[in-house]
Design a protein around this ligand. Structure first.
Ligand SMILES: Cc1cc2nc3c(=O)[nH]c(=O)nc-3n(C[C@H](O)[C@H](O)[C@H](O)COP(=O)(O)OP(=O)(O)OC[C@H]3O[C@@H](n4cnc5c(N)ncnc54)[C@H](O)[C@@H]3O)c2cc1C
Length: 393
């Protein structure tokens, strides 16, 4: 006989687990179906293994979406403090790293264990290694077919996340279901992702792989002031991951490698005061040695500062304070932390996460067109949207 549940959640990630716990607390009989053999695998690898599980300052301004207001309702119903209380209840030690970002002291596994314990307390059933072959909506029921059985539910929650890191289970399942139910999906892009270059700027980056600085990066009016690191393929680090969410092919990025100083005046003064000093030594007072040398070599300016013309000094200071680069692409979903875009929020009721046109069908977490900045915001969206659906399924 086909087994029937009140709620079936597809995806045992952050949002799916939170939704299951909350629905369980309302005495719903809940099943989570996960196609890999692991629960919360993205939580495990997050935050360098320590899971940046929320951000003290998270609010709708930390998100990209076609509708900036969509996430407000969920955030007001389940805040970062609610999640922090849950973490405290489980005696998980944590700390603020910077900019309101909260990380586990010990391991991201503490968060996974916490969520699994909460699911067990609510008698949530979790089936791993289970592929869903098809979903049919019939007479107010959703019928899911797996290799071995048909399972039925009144509320179906899609919590299958985005496309990033396919090797740990990311799939396009959520978007396919959206297509099946004629729901609009926005364009999708890898985001929070390193940027790559070609040609001589690539050689420059390669020669500096591993060098990091505090930089300011800008596209139009969007600016991030955080770390930047040179890589063998281009540039990465928090400032670049952040700006990547705003970057589209063809866009240039303006980078200030020394945001705290305007170099033009400083270099002219140094030329008068210490004309015999090599310019790369002058720059080493402000930048890592390797970077100072690479810049002056690239610009054919590696000479005594007293011998350099105004034009060359301007070239050097512009390169450092106002470098305009044209990335050729991103490292893609293989390394992206998130997918920008998703199921169009116009299709979803923001106060319940239910589809406006299909009673009983819910979408939560990253699969929706709600994409957070780096810093714990994406998990907060998963917890808040999961909570809201859990109250309504
Ligand atoms: C390397 C990395 C580090 C990150 N670090 C942070 C961080 O520190 N802080 C932060 O806020 N965010 C971080 N993120 C982003 C964050 O992990 C995601 O935004 C968040 O996990 C999204 O939650 P979700 O539940 O929507 O999706 P996921 O957590 O991705 O869960 C989706 C689940 O659905 C399953 N699934 C997929 N397809 C199917 C299918 N067909 N059938 C059944 N199951 C399926 C997947 O296997 C997975 O278990 C990081 C992401 C990455 C990749």
């Amino acid at each position: 006989m086909n087994k029937k549940f009140d709620v079936i959640i597809v995806g045992a990630g952050a949002a799916g687990l939170m939704c299951a716990i909350e629905a369980g607390k309302r005495n719903k009989n809940v099943l989570i179906v996960e196609h890999t053999s692991k629960i919360g695998e993205k939580i495990r690898i997050s935050g360098g293994g320590r899971c940046n599980f929320t951000n003290i300052n998270s609010n709708n301004e930390n998100f990209l979406s076609n509708n900036m207001h969509f996430c407000k309702s969920a955030f007001s119903k389940y805040t970062q403090n609610d999640f922090i209380d849950l973490v405290k209840k489980h005696k998980i030690q944590f700390h603020e790293k910077k900019l309101g970002q909260l990380f586990c002291n010990n391991s991201a596994k503490d968060i996974i264990e916490m969520l699994i314990t909460e699911c067990e307390n609510q008698k949530v059933e979790i089936k791993i290694d289970t592929e869903i072959k098809s979903i049919v909506h019939q007479e107010n029921l959703y019928i899911l077919e797996t290799k071995i059985e048909k399972i039925l539910c009144s509320s179906l929650v899609i919590a299958t996340g985005g496309l990033s890191i396919p090797k740990i289970g990311a799939s396009d399942f959520g978007y396919k279901i959206a297509n099946q139910f004629n729901l609009k999906v926005t364009n999708l892009y890898p985001a929070l992702v390193p940027l790559i270059f070609q040609d001589n700027i690539l050689d420059f980056c390669k020669s500096l792989a591993g060098v990091s600085i505090e930089a300011s990066v800008k596209i139009n009016k969007t600016i991030f002031n955080e770390g930047l690191i040179f890589t063998h393929r281009g540039i990465s680090g928090p400032s670049i991951l952040q700006i990547s969410s705003y970057w589209k092919p063809g866009n240039t990025i303006e980078i200030n490698l020394l945001p705290q100083n305007s170099l033009e005046k400083i270099l002219r003064e140094r030329r008068l005061k210490t004309p015999k000093q090599n310019i790369s030594n002058v720059l080493s007072n402000f930048l890592p040695n390797r970077l100072a040398l690479a810049i002056t070599n690239l610009l054919n300016a590696n000479q005594k500062i007293g011998d350099l013309s105004n034009e060359t000094l301007n070239k050097v200071s512009n390169f450092i304070n106002k470098l305009t680069v044209l990335p050729t692409g991103t490292e893609g979903y293989k390394t992206a932390e998130v997918t920008l875009g998703g199921i169009d929020t116009n299709e979803i009721d923001s106060s319940t996460m239910e589809c406006k046109n299909y009673s009983g069908l819910y979408f939560i977490g990253e699969v929706l067109d709600v994409t957070g900045h780096l810093g714990g915001h994406n998990f907060q969206w998963a917890w808040s949207s999961g909570y809201v659906a859990g109250q309504n399924v």
